[in-house]
Design a protein around this ligand. Structure first.
Ligand code: GAP
Length: 458
């Protein structure tokens, strides 16, 4: 059962009101399906990316990070297959001129009972004809045939028109990891199996973006490629499924809101592929993917670049092109799932409703808010704030009643409120209020850093 309190409308409104996410280019009337992260949102998203990096790079015995260029040699996309086959089946309504994905029309019409992933374009056209699937915008039935539409954004390089060459904004970060396979292996002296990870922007000219930050044309991916020997790939595919699942549980996701979904139609190079789906406010949808990509990517880059991608085992001298297990998750999509999972409306004993974002403390924008009980305690409170700032992201607030200040912090999910009061002057202790239980304890000023360190670790 989904988090019942949350709807997409409530999330969008809260994000705008509390500085988490704003509509992109808003003062110019916006730019469809682009979003800007605000002061609170950028902290949360950075914390998600940091938690992912810590888990999949820093805490991994044999995984290494890269930060590759967004603009890559166009041949990369020929090798990867994106120039020829990274496309969606598009249909236009001849009446209202709106554009739709044929597979999405079928999914919506059949209420998820028909899986268009397994259908050819001709089969999709036949289904739409037979079931008289009308345009969801104008209600008419007057479609163009299906045309495939490449999702890559094109741009060009060069200073004069004559020297222009077509290049692309990368549609996935994965290729930056594949093209650096040799560089990473050589400089780290890593032995197969090992991993390469990257976090960065990707761009897709999606036909049907939407659902807030769920599907956008510019987004961030966190991708990890695990290079292993053929024969061990099945075992690593299973272990990455488990690692991806555990990461979500450790972030505080309720297992009831997650499920695995195997792909019905595999890409021609894939041996196995599945998603972890999350029960978003609009329903179950893909949160991340785990793919067994075989030796396809390195083999193709070997073919197109002319550089050998063969790995030589230093012990057995065996030569082979490694298989790849890919784990890929969108940072923005994880952000949406995290917001949705954290959202709560709690009815208190006095009947008041408290809005609270129950983030894992490591993910919350601020680990603590420092609050002077009264304004004349501001110097002591600011002294504590200055001290804590060196270690954590902390916020200071002296405006309004203490109750209102607590509520403001609840709404952005700050796990601890530290109040400097008159006892602080007397005995050097502060009140620490915990967000979820609202319980308060007194803590020695000298113990605050150790307390927050222990509570906010991921
Ligand atoms: N390298 C493999 C790859 O890119 P994908 O399933 O196309 O696979 C991986 O994308 C993840 O990236 C998805 O599970 C999703 O979390 C995120 N993602 C993909 N397209 C997106 C979009 N248009 N907007 C936001 N996130 C997206």
């Amino acid at each position: 059962m989904a988090n019942k309190a949350v709807t997409m409308e409530k999330l969008v409104a809260l994000c705008k009101a509390r500085g988490i996410i704003f509509p992109g280019s808003e003062i110019y009337g916006g730019m469809g399906n682009t979003w800007d992260y605000g002061p609170v949102g950028v902290e949360i998203k950075n914390n998600l990316k940091r938690a992912w990096w810590k888990r999949f790079v820093q805490e991994s015995d044999n995984s290494y990070g890269v930060d590759a260029a967004i603009l890559m040699n166009a041949r990369v996309w020929d090798a990867s297959g994106h120039t020829t086959s990274f496309s969606d089946p598009k249909m236009d309504c001849k009446e209202c001129k709106s554009r739709h994905r044929a597979d999405t029309l079928i999914e919506a019409h059949s209420k998820g009972k028909v899986n268009p992933d397994t259908m050819s374009n001709a089969e999709m056209e036949a289904y739409i004809q037979e079931h008289q699937v009308h345009c969801p915008i104008c209600g008419k039935f007057n479609w163009t045939n299906i045309r495939t539409f490449n999702l890559m954004f094109e741009t060009s390089r060069g200073v004069t028109d004559e020297s222009q060459n077509k290049i692309y904004l990368r549609p996935e970060t994965a290729q930056g990891e594949f093209v650096n396979f040799l560089n990473v292996q050589r400089t780290t002296r890593a032995k197969v199996p090992f991993g390469i990870a990257q976090v960065g922007k990707a761009f897709r000219n999606e036909i049907t973006p939407g659902n807030f930050i769920f599907r956008t044309i510019e987004f961030e991916q966190m991708e990890h490629q695990w290079f292993c020997k053929e024969g061990t790939d099945g075992e690593y595919y299973d272990s990455f499924k488990q690692k991806a699942w555990q990461f979500l549980l450790d972030l505080g996701f309720d297992e009831k809101h997650l499920r695995f979904k195997d792909h019905d139609k595999l890409a021609h190079y894939a041996k196995a592929a599945c998603d972890i789906q999350y029960e978003f406010p609009m329903g179950w949808s893909e949160l991340n993917g785990i793919h067994n990509r075989t030796d396809y990517d390195l083999t193709r880059h070997q073919e197109f670049s002319g550089k050998s991608m063969t790995y030589i085992d230093p012990i057995t001298s065996e030569r082979y092109i490694p298989y790849v297990i890919e784990y890929s998750i969108g940072a923005d999509r994880l952000m949406l799932a995290t917001l949705s999972e954290a959202y709560d409306e709690e009815t208190l004993e006095n009947g008041e409703v408290r809005n609270v974002m129950r983030f894992h403390p490591a993910i919350a924008a601020y680990k603590a808010a420092v609050l002077p009980l009264q304004k004349n305690l501001a110097p002591q409170a600011k002294e504590l704030w200055e001290k804590l700032k060196k270690y954590f992201s902390v916020i200071y607030d002296e405006a309004g009643s203490i109750g209102k200040r607590y509520r403001r912090q609840d709404e952005i999910g700050t796990p601890y409120c530290i109040t400097v009061d008159f006892d602080t002057l007397e005995n050097g202790t502060v009140t620490v209020r915990e967000r979820d239980s609202m319980e308060q304890i007194r803590l020695d000023l000298n113990g605050v850093i150790a307390f927050l360190t222990e509570k906010c670790i991921f």
